[in-house]
Each structure stands twice: as structure tokens, then as C-alpha cells.
Design a protein around this ligand. Structure first.
Ligand SMILES: [Zn+2]
Length: 350
């Protein structure tokens, strides 16, 4: 059963213990995490090395520790997804298909250990819509699979590319929501962000904003009116960008080639997580997207995240009803789960 109290974390990551080794075997090249004095270095073939703080990759494996951390902050449920590095959009489809399925099976195995506390947000080989739909049909048989994590782009494929439309159609028909997470190997402008971790600090929110803008101007939101989207990291810079997008829509005919409705109205379709690192900003984000759109996220176990969203939610100048909704109700609506329902039973009838 869904715990009757506690908040719901829709943005948390899990690295299955054997997955690095498995990916290395499949890719036939080094995929490794090396421990250094300052942290952890992730190596993947053909991709830039990434550095993490100690324990962020290697330490997120223990489910017991995870549940204890959730208990310490009053989190009822975590929706676990693979970290940003575990999308294989740049690989041949058969490899991406295999690795996505292996990852999803491990997410599901974790959910099976704690079916009342964990749900799975799966990854798909989105460079091929047909393969993605097959994998979605396979994994959504499991009642704990509640959402799909997709990149801010599919490597070089933008989110409004018509090649993705069959996948959007399938997700909408299956009533399963999408979570837009920065795709860390195609951060817009990252060649200018090589120092100071800027590709994360500036690039991640920027690339999420760009992905959201493509969903708006490319007509994806209008074409798939029932599809639910959530944007990572409080929507990147979208709250701040929204009036400018609307201004562009009013003044520039080329923005209206596909789009019918003003971006300022359409942004309210997006759910956004609470990872804003400022109560003032979070309250502004809420005012842009709506009281019913804010959902908790932590980016667990990454230190750049926000381990306890209750702090900033509590400090918002919003009405109590909006705060309560951000802790729980909004996430349940986003995930398509009725309050009081058995999580497992809901999934089985979906
Ligand atoms: Zn994340």
C-alpha cells in the first residue's frame, strides 16, 4: 500500500550495483568509476569524463540506506530513475535497447524489494520509437513502473522531432507520464562550460529550458493534450524565460508556424520539481506553473540536489493548500495514482 503520510520524491536516482560492469561488457569498452582523492570519475567510451562527489555513483546502491534516508526526511515514496549518464541515445539501437532493458529490470527489482516505498521511472532507447514502444509495453506490465525518464534531447534528436511522435502517442495512450531530465552528453553550449562544473551548474537548467521550448514551439504539448510532462530542476530557467517566449509568440510570425496558443498559457501544462535551491525562486516558479504543478524532487544521492524539499516549500509565501499539494497530491496526480489506492493494484489495471 501507498504510505498514507509523507511526501513523494519524483526525482531520485539509483545506480544498480552491477550495472557499470554490465555496460562495459556490452559496449566492449571501459565504463568505470574510479575513486580519486576528491571524488569519483566516470569514464564512458566516446564521452567526456564526468566527475562526481564521493559516494554519488558508488554509494547509491544500498537500498537499505536509501530507505533509511527517506525515513529521516519523511519521504513516503521515491520514484527511482537511472542517473543522467545512463541513457544510451548515442549508441546503435540494439545496444541501447539491451542496456535500457537491463537497467529497467534492475529498477524493477529494487521496487520489488520495497514495493510500498519505491516506484520505477524507466529509460527507453528513444533513438528508435518502435524499440521504445516495445520496451514500454514490456515494462509497464509491472505495477511499480510509473513514469518514463527522457533526455532534454535524444542526443541530437530534438524533443519535437516527428520521429518521436509515435512514442508520445504510445505514452499518452498508456497514461504514463514523462520526466524531462538534462541529457548530460548533449548540453547546449557545453564546449564553453568546461571549467568550474559549469556544464552542470548552468548547462543543465539551460538545456532543460531548451527542451521545454521545443516541446512548446514544436507543438508537442498541443498535439498530445493528455500527455503529462515534468521538468527537472524547477523547470530550468523556463519560469524566467516564459514572458520572453510569449513576447516572441506575439511579435515573431516564425514562432507561430506550428504553435496555436501562447507559451505563457502552455507552460502551465508542465509539472516542475522543487529543486530550485531558493524558497523565493520556488515560490515564483509555483506562481508561473500553478499551485497544482509543483512536485518534490531531491536528485538523491547527488549533493547538487536538495535532500529535503520540505524546507523550501515551508518557506514559500504560498497558501498552505499549495504547500500541501506540492508535498504529495500533485505528484500522485502526475503519476496517475489515486490517494488511498494500492499502488500495485492501480498499476495492474492501467
Ligand atoms: Zn537528476
Amino acid at each position: 500500500m501507498l504510505p498514507t503520510e509523507g511526501w513523494i520524491d519524483v526525482h531520485a536516482h539509483y545506480t544498480p550495483p552491477d550495472f557499470m560492469e554490465l555496460a562495459a561488457r556490452k559496449l566492449g569498452q571501459e565504463v568505470s568509476v574510479q575513486q580519486t582523492r576528491d571524488g569519483e570519475v566516470l569514464t564512458r567510451p566516446g564521452q567526456e569524463q564526468r566527475t562526481y562527489q564521493k559516494g554519488e555513483l558508488s554509494g547509491s546502491e544500498s537500498l537499505e540506506q536509501r530507505i533509511a534516508d527517506m525515513d529521516a526526511t519523511g519521504a513516503a515514496v521515491q520514484v527511482i530513475s537511472p542517473g543522467g549518464t545512463f541513457s544510451f541515445y548515442e549508441q546503435p539501437v540494439d545496444i541501447a535497447d539491451y542496456l535500457s532493458a537491463q537497467m529497467n529490470d534492475r529498477l524493477i527489482a529494487a521496487v520489488d524489494e520495497y514495493p510500498d516505498r519505491l516506484m520505477a521511472m524507466v529509460t527507453l532507447p528513444l533513438q528508435d520509437a518502435a524499440a521504445s514502444i516495445r520496451e514500454l509495453d514490456r515494462v509497464r506490465q509491472h505495477p511499480g513502473v510509473r513514469a518514463i525518464r527522457i533526455g532534454s534531447s535524444i542526443d541530437e534528436i530534438e524533443l519535437d522531432d516527428p520521429r518521436l511522435f509515435p512514442f508520445y502517442e504510445a505514452a499518452e495512450a498508456a497514461d504514463i507520464p514523462l520526466f524531462i531530465h538534462p541529457y548530460i552528453y548533449a548540453i547546449a553550449g557545453s564546449e564553453r562550460m568546461k571549467q568550474f562544473n559549469l556544464s552542470n551548474l548552468v548547462g543543465y537548467p539551460a538545456t532543460t529550458t531548451l527542451g521545454a521550448a521545443r516541446l512548446i514551439f514544436g507543438g508537442v504539448l498541443e498535439r498530445f493534450p493528455r500527455l503529462r510532462f515534468c521538468l527537472a530542476h524547477a523547470g530550468g530557467y523556463l519560469a524566467i524565460a516564459s514572458p520572453r517566449l510569449a513576447r516572441g509568440f506575439m511579435t515573431r510570425p516564425d514562432t507561430r508556424v506550428i504553435l496555436q496558443e501562447s507559451p505563457e498559457i502552455l507552460v502551465r501544462r508542465f509539472y516542475v520539481d522543487t529543486i530550485a535551491h531558493s524558497a523565493t525562486l520556488l515560490d515564483y516558479v509555483r506562481s508561473v506553473f500553478g499551485d497544482d504543478r509543483l512536485v518534490c524532487g531531491t536528485d538523491y544521492p547527488f549533493q547538487i540536489g536538495d535532500a529535503d524539499p520540505r524546507r523550501n516549500i515551508g518557506k514559500m509565501a504560498a497558501p498552505d493548500s499549495a504547500k500541501r499539494a506540492a508535498l504529495r497530491e500533485n505528484a500522485l496526480r502526475y503519476l496517475g495514482i489515486a490517494e488511498g489506492a494500492s499502488v500495485q493494484a492501480v498499476g495492474q489495471t492501467a
